[in-house]
Design a protein around this ligand. Structure first.
Ligand SMILES: [Zn+2]
Length: 277
């Protein structure tokens, strides 16, 4: 089912595809639903294509029974202009409400949730309370879990890959709450920070949140400890030359990670949530 959850700055539709009716009460459907998000940065083209293909190949085909919602293009204005930012130059991944900062490393907007794309996504998440949220980006080549409740989800995704398929990635340990934002300008106002550490549903639960950073090359063998400085340029160049080449090397394992995440059961209530400040 196709649902328009809002409009971009320039009036483009924000479209969520779901394999379950979004108009029923959240408690009935959302206990283990998964939300997949791509295209937060409009120039990270593969994140959109991989989710659109996942929708076609895995959801429309009825391969997955569990509830899934997909926002494959969070930033349609940025996508149209092939830029990281939205239609008024704001980085949507610095504009959410947890530790939003005017001094972020990218333009965060005049205040938290100033951008219509983020207000729409924020309202959607609060209304439907996905148990798991996975956001795709280029190209740090890692699985990044936000919040202690997310470690199991990231581990399950990692386990779904063969040893060979893991080589381009790194599994990043969830950051303990105390050390979050040791470098505050970097993660201030990100979607992952809000979903993994800021967001609390009315029943006291938090979703599991994983940022899936795609590889910077379709055929990178082992992820180096430090990424090449030009990793974003190289993935864009490769994409411009041949999207098929990139997708051929990357998409299959990503789709399997997503399917594994969708099947993973969130262990509500969140372990440790009673003892952590
Ligand atoms: Zn990104």
């Amino acid at each position: 089912m196709r649902n328009i959850i809002g409009k971009s700055v320039q009036g483009r539709d924000l479209v969520v595809h779901a394999n379950f009716p979004l108009d029923v009460s959240p408690a009935a459907v959302s206990r283990n639903s998964t939300l997949l998000i791509g295209g937060t940065h409009g120039d990270e083209r593969a994140t959109v294509a991989i989710l659109d293909n996942f929708h076609a190949d895995w959801i429309d085909s009825g391969k997955l029974a569990e509830p899934v919602a997909i926002l494959s293009l969070h930033n349609p204005d940025g996508y149209a202009a092939d830029t990281r930012y939205n239609g008024r130059g704001v980085d949507l991944n610095r504009n959410f409400g947890h530790q939003w900062s005017p001094d972020a490393d990218e333009p965060p907007g005049p205040m938290a949730l100033s951008e219509p794309e983020n207000r729409a996504l924020h309202a959607f998440i609060l209304a439907h309370r996905p148990a798991k949220i996975i956001s795709l980006h280029w190209a740090l080549s890692e699985l990044d879990a936000d919040g202690p409740q997310s470690a199991g989800l990231a581990a399950r995704m990692w386990q779904s890959l063969t040893g060979e398929e893991r080589r381009p990635y790194r599994l990043s340990a969830p950051k303990p709450a105390a050390s979050i934002c040791a470098n505050p300008s970097y993660c201030a106002g990100s979607l992952g920070q809000w979903c993994g550490n800021g967001l609390l549903y009315p029943d006291g639960n938090r979703p599991a949140m994983v940022t899936l950073e795609l590889p910077y090359h379709a055929h990178v063998h082992d992820r180096p400890e430090t990424l090449p400085a030009d990793h974003l340029d190289s993935v864009r160049e490769l994409w411009r030359a041949s999207p098929e080449t990139y997708l051929e090397g990357v998409q299959g394992p990503v789709h399997r990670m997503l399917a594994a995440a969708i099947a993973w059961q969130h262990p509500w209530p969140v372990p440790g949530s009673g003892s952590q400040a």
